[in-house]
Design a protein around this ligand. Structure first.
Ligand SMILES: [Zn+2]
Length: 298
């Protein structure tokens, strides 16, 4: 059996900092509970003086011997997002940073949006001569069928503003360009690299499973937003479509990876971002992973 060889996982940051109060993200969070938690005294993830969560918006690139796969496209430049000032009319160096990391836009074979929230589809497109065009000209953009069906309905409804109208500027142009590959939620990109359904945060939310046959990594998008949810897996976010389902998915995922060497790489954990999960259903914990030579985490 042919198994894919070693591969790189590269993180490219668009935005990172302490800029959300916890109850903006987690309705169940209180300052007291956070300060009593392990994460509450870890300045990499929480600023106790200002009561702000440290978060990151980054892309992850998997480079295998066959493909270059970019996972989640962050916020994007020039997008109309007046509800959130740090997302509105951005003009950041994301594409230059991506190229400097050895990943020019032309080299991407697949873009995977774990889900279609505005902070995961932004760089799907860029503004060129007043039109939104695909940022990655040679890529197929993978989107789970359930997710596309859900958000296409939302985009037609009055609730469209709930997702910052990102369908119009970041998803529809990909469909129009013929670059979308609408797939089942367990789609395999190549042996060892496939999607896993993880509904709840959104109806068609997926996790990317990456394995070279021995080691495993899971790129989990927003299945866990912040390290606080490892200690408090009951906490679904304000942005979860189905908080109950999100909670069940998160707990089942934690249960499956706890006390294994699997790397867990979420979409919004601040550096160093990758973790290994320890503990069990009575109490999960984690250790951060700076570098992993077997998976060439950079
Ligand atoms: Zn997100």
């Amino acid at each position: 059996m042919h198994l894919p060889g070693p591969f790189d996982i590269i993180r490219v940051v668009e935005l990172e900092g302490a800029f959300r109060v916890p109850d903006f993200l987690f309705p169940d969070a209180t300052e007291e509970v956070i300060k009593a938690s392990k994460v509450g005294s870890d300045p990499r993830f929480y600023n106790a003086e200002t009561n702000m969560l440290f978060m990151s918006f980054h892309t992850l690139v998997i480079r295998t011997q066959r493909h270059t796969i970019l996972v989640d496209t962050c916020i994007g430049n020039d997008k109309e997002r007046p509800e959130l000032l740090d997302w509105h009319h951005r003009s950041g160096p994301f594409l230059a940073d991506l190229a400097a990391a050895g990943v020019p836009a032309e080299s991407i074979d697949f873009v995977l949006c774990t889900h279609l929230h505005a902070d995961h589809v932004g760089w799907n497109t860029k503004l060129l001569d007043g039109r939104w065009v695909p940022t990655f000209p040679n890529a197929k953009y993978l989107m789970a069928r359930t997710e596309v069906e859900h958000w296409s309905h939302v985009a037609l409804s009055s609730a469209a503003a709930a997702n910052h109208r990102s369908w119009d500027d970041s998803v529809q142009p990909i469909l129009d360009a013929g670059q979308a590959l609408i797939v089942d939620s367990d789609y395999e990109i190549e042996p060892g690299i496939h999607l896993i359904p993880a509904p709840g945060h959104t109806p068609g939310n997926v996790i990317l499973h990456v394995s070279d046959g021995k080691e495993r990594a899971y790129l989990i998008g927003d299945t866990i937003h912040h390290p606080l949810q490892i200690e408090h897996p009951d906490w679904s976010s304000s942005f979860c479509f189905d908080p109950e389902q999100s909670r069940a998915t998160r707990k089942a995922f934690l249960d499956g990876v706890a006390e294994t060497p699997s790397l867990v790489i979420p979409a919004h954990f601040a550096a160093p971002t990758a973790v290994r999960i320890t503990g069990d259903a009575h109490g999960y914990d984690f250790e951060t992973v700076e570098k992993d030579q077997r998976l060439a985490l950079k």
